[in-house]
Structures are given as structure tokens and as C-alpha cells.
Design a protein around this ligand. Structure first.
Ligand code: 13P
Length: 248
């Protein structure tokens, strides 16, 4: 039985004051939630997360990581630095990184290795654009994105990743994949993971992301291969984020 995981991706939002009240609100409302929960904050606020969340049931993580370990890479943040700030998770290959920063499947795979090397859990994002879906290429696109990561992992490291399916056309648009549409892709990803290694592939959490809200979360997460959510907009309000965590 896979424990559900709900991760908030704040994207480039927040301030010290806003984060303080958001984090306090989430922690106060977690109660006896059965799902695992985390927030992925902008890098400058990770120390604030560590201060506010250490010892709580809410984990924290980053939104991106360098593929390099250290050195002359101005502006980049190393996986070891994220681990040093107590991060458990890091999002890798978010569609916004792929689209605006030209991140290739090969670079995403290197970032996954960097994250694993520092003891972090990479949340590997895959997803098709609207044009790709309309051209009937969804299965091929997400299959290639995942394959590039699987190609660099051995069985032991495979067991340590989380996958997130985020159809690009559903991100921040209010358009959600129907539970059946999402499940179809999740089942494909599950089969691909199990093909690589049966036991690890069955245990990996596959999150759905793309306009997940309190009113559609339960139905999405009731699907056989949807093991939680990667939440953007709804993660910026404690009440909405908590409602999704409690729906999981
Ligand atoms: P929204 O929930 O705002 O659609 O964002 C999803 C997302 O990109 C999370 O990583």
C-alpha cells in the first residue's frame, strides 16, 4: 500500500511574512492527516522552512537543483546545499523549467542523480503539452521523459524517486485532466516503472499535478495509480492545501 503524498509547489511566490502565516496555518491544521505532506519553497526561503518546520510533520523541499556538485556555476544551487537546509524533496524537470530554461530529458536525468547523491527524494515531473496531446503523442512524450531518467538509475536508486504527471495544459489553467485521463497516463508510467524493476516500480508514488483543488482532489486520488498530488495555486492557501491533504 503506497502512502499518499501531497506536495505544494509554491513556484516563485511568497515573502517571509506570507510564508510564516502559511506554514503556521498548515502545521496547525495537519492534525492526524494520514498522507505525507511537504512544501517546495523558493530557495531563499528554505532556511525559513527549516526554522518553522523542524520537528513538525510537514516536510520541505526545493523546486530545482543543479546537476553539478560544486564549483563555478554562478546562480545554481547544489543538492548538498539543499540537504544541508534539511530538504527532503526536490522537484526536478518541472515543465516550467523544461519550457523556460530549456531543460532536456538528459539534463533532468543528471539532476535526479545529483539529488539522489545528496540523499534527497527527487520528484520527477513529466507531462505533455496541449499540442502533443492533440497530436496523439501523450504516451510517447511522457514515456520518453521517464525513460531518460530510468536509463541512469539502478534498482536501488529507482526505489527512491517520486514521479509526478503534470499535463502542461492543466497547469494553472483551471483545466484538470479527468480522473480517467490521468489514470490512463499513470497506469502507463506504472507499467514502465515496473518494467524496469517490478517491486520498486509497484512502490513508487506517482503524483498528479495540474489544477488539483479541494473539490477534485479526492476523486483524482481515488484512482488506482494516483498516489497524491503536486499542487500549485491551491498550495498558497492553508485551507485549500489542508483540504487536499485531508482528502488524500
Ligand atoms: P497548479 O496546481 O497551479 O495548476 O500548478 C500545478 C503545478 O505545476 C505544480 O507543480
Amino acid at each position: 500500500m503506497r502512502r499518499k503524498l501531497v506536495v505544494g509547489n509554491w513556484k516563485m511566490n511568497g515573502s517571509r511574512a506570507a510564508n510564516a502565516s502559511l506554514l503556521a496555518g498548515i502545521v496547525a491544521g495537519l492534525g492526524t492527516a494520514r498522507a505525507e505532506a511537504a512544501v517546495c519553497a523558493p530557495a531563499p526561503y528554505l532556511a525559513q522552512c527549516e526554522q518553522a518546520l523542524a520537528g513538525s510533520a510537514l516536510a520541505w523541499g526545493a523546486q530545482d537543483v543543479s546537476a553539478h556538485a560544486a564549483g563555478a556555476y554562478t546562480g545554481e544551487v547544489a543538492a548538498a546545499m539543499l540537504a544541508d537546509l534539511g530538504c527532503r524533496f526536490v522537484i526536478v524537470g518541472h515543465s516550467e523549467r523544461r519550457a523556460y530554461h530549456g531543460e532536456s530529458n538528459a539534463l533532468v536525468a543528471q539532476k535526479v542523480l545529483a539529488a539522489l547523491g545528496a540523499g534527497l527524494t527527487p520528484i520527477v515531473c513529466v507531462g505533455e503539452t496541449l499540442a502533443e496531446r492533440e497530436a496523439g503523442r501523450t504516451a510517447a512524450v511522457v514515456g520518453e521523459q521517464l525513460a531518460a531518467v530510468l536509463a541512469v538509475l539502478d534498482a536501488a536508486s529507482l526505489a527512491r524517486i517520486v514521479v509526478a504527471y503534470e499535463p502542461v495544459w492543466a497547469i494553472g489553467t483551471g483545466k484538470t485532466a479527468t480522473p480517467a485521463m490521468a489514470q490512463e497516463v499513470h497506469a502507463q508510467l506504472r507499467a514502465q516503472l515496473q518494467d524496469k524493476q517490478a517491486e520498486a516500480g509497484a512502490a513508487i508514488r506517482i503524483l498528479y499535478g495540474g489544477s488539483m483543488k479541494p473539490d477534485n482532489a479526492a476523486e483524482l486520488m481515488a484512482q488506482a495509480d494516483i498516489d497524491g498530488g503536486l499542487i500549485g495555486g491551491a498550495a498558497l492557501k492553508a485551507a485549500d492545501f489542508l483540504a487536499i491533504i485531508h482528502a488524500a
